[in-house]
Design a binder for this molecule. Structure first.
Ligand code: AMP
Length: 193
């Protein structure tokens, strides 16, 4: 069982590196952003509630997020493990994840943090707005998302750093080179268990 968390500010390249990790290790991809965007697209009750929060760049409540993850765990086989992308974003979510994994007799294998400086992030996100048309990729929303990331999510990174499971990687460079560093760390971590 291999369970990986990938952290990084919006625009740090989490989606791109997740794809490489999934292909290499055959993991289930669990992106709370993707799950929420699907709810918004289907105009479900949850989606209608989440839409204005996401567009403003704020965090959807822990209760909604944890509920969504619990449903996913019920639906999905845990066979190979998961890559968590965009989750956990708060310490409360991290604690809920730990107990869900413990219930399945497993835990987090490795945590990756992609680091990219702020001016580069803003540049990348505004380019993504043009390429992909995400409605939350505008200047105001981006600045709110970066602020939330620093205030609420960096403490979660510290939570895993304290457990000795964290790799910090420079997220600027060739995607293949970045992935090589991630792969080396995951391979090392999985045999430590
Ligand atoms: P993402 O695609 O991961 O950047 O997520 C897009 C938006 O969905 C975020 O800006 C938040 O509004 C919301 N969101 C996604 N995941 C979470 C989470 N784990 N906790 C709170 N809000 C989330």
């Amino acid at each position: 069982m291999l369970n990986i968390i990938i952290f990084g500010a919006p625009g740090a390249g989490k989606g791109t590196q997740s794809k490489f990790i999934i292909q290499t290790y055959n993991l289930n991809h669990l992106s709370t952003g993707d799950l929420l965007r699907e709810e918004v697209r289907l105009e479900t009750e949850l989606g209608l509630k989440a839409k204005p929060i996401m567009e403003a760049g704020n965090y959807v409540s822990d209760e909604i997020i944890i509920g969504m993850i619990e449903n996913k765990f019920r639906d999905n086989s845990m066979a190979n493990g998961f890559i968590f992308d965009g989750f956990p974003r708060t310490v409360a979510q991290a604690e809920a994840l730990d107990s869900m994994l413990l219930n399945q007799n497993t835990n987090i294998t490795a945590v990756i943090l992609l680091e990219v400086e702020e001016s580069e992030l803003v540049k990348r996100i505004l380019k993504r707005a043009i390429d992909e048309g995400r409605t939350d990729d505008n200047v105001d929303s981006v600045l709110t998302r970066l602020r939330n990331y620093h205030h609420k999510t960096i403490p979660v990174v510290d939570y895993y750093r304290a457990k000795g499971k964290l790799l910090q990687v420079n997220g600027v460079g060739l995607v293949e080179d970045i992935f090589d560093q991630i792969k080396e760390f995951i391979d090392h971590s999985r045999y430590q268990l």
